[in-house]
Write a new protein. Structure first.
Ligand code: FMN
Length: 197
């Protein structure tokens, strides 16, 4: 059994000293299938999302929070594409990340997706601080999830986050096991800063 308890191999090799939650954050696929996240911690990570900034403070993010073992979890899991279903079942929580696409007057909320991404980022960093890990997924059937939760077409399901406690890599299918130990890479600052570095 290979538990990712020594996460040093997954830590980001940063060129500057970052806060621990950012250095230690990565997107695992091996989660402890028995871990339970307390109600208090769930409320804490959602609070981090709630206090994210958004364009004109429109706060267009909406969430469905599903705990493993509940009918909602099965519904969310059914809305993942197969390659994500293969591992996400052992996460303690699946959170559906949704945007409200229009305001009360029907005008487009132009920055909604950007705002949601920022809220999810805040949630992920707070989750990391709470000793959890998060893995976001775009590989989902958004329309299926939207219908399953009775949302009209002013909503759009953008992604799903798997959240939990690190688990046994050996429990993963072989292909995924290899990915869990693959080197983590990033573009250099030179490549991402177009001017002004
Ligand atoms: C919007 C978004 C969609 C993603 N979709 C998937 C996905 O469907 N399946 C998956 O295994 N990982 C998915 N990922 C995880 C990325 O592949 C991962 O964040 C990236 O490879 C960097 O790895 P790290 O998060 O461990 O640093 C997604 C991440 C983001 C932000």
């Amino acid at each position: 059994m290979t538990l990712i308890t020594d996460i040093t191999s997954r830590r980001a090799e940063t060129d500057a000293a970052l806060i621990p939650a950012l250095v230690e954050r990565f997107s695992p696929r091996a989660y402890d299938p028995d871990a339970v996240i307390s109600d208090e911690t769930v409320a804490t990570i959602l609070e981090a999302a709630r206090w994210a900034p958004s364009a004109s403070n429109t706060q267009p993010w909406r969430f469905v929070v599903a705990r493993r073992g509940t009918p909602e979890f099965t519904t969310v899991h059914d809305g993942l594409l197969g390659f994500n279903q293969a591992w996400a079942d052992s996460a303690a929580l699946l959170i559906v990340n949704i945007i409200q696409t229009t305001d009360a007057n029907g005008a487009e909320l132009r920055w909604a997706e950007y705002d949601l991404g920022q809220a999810v980022a805040h949630l992920s960093v707070q989750a990391q601080h709470e000793g959890l890990h998060t893995h976001q997924m775009g590989g989902i059937d958004g329309d299926k999830l939207r219908a399953a939760f009775g949302l009209d077409d002013s909503f759009r399901v953008v992604s799903v986050s798997a959240i939990g406690v690190l688990g046994d890599i050996d429990a993963l299918p072989e292909k995924l096991r290899e990915r869990e130990s693959a080197p983590r890479t990033r573009l250099s600052l030179d490549e991402i800063v177009i001017a002004g570095a």
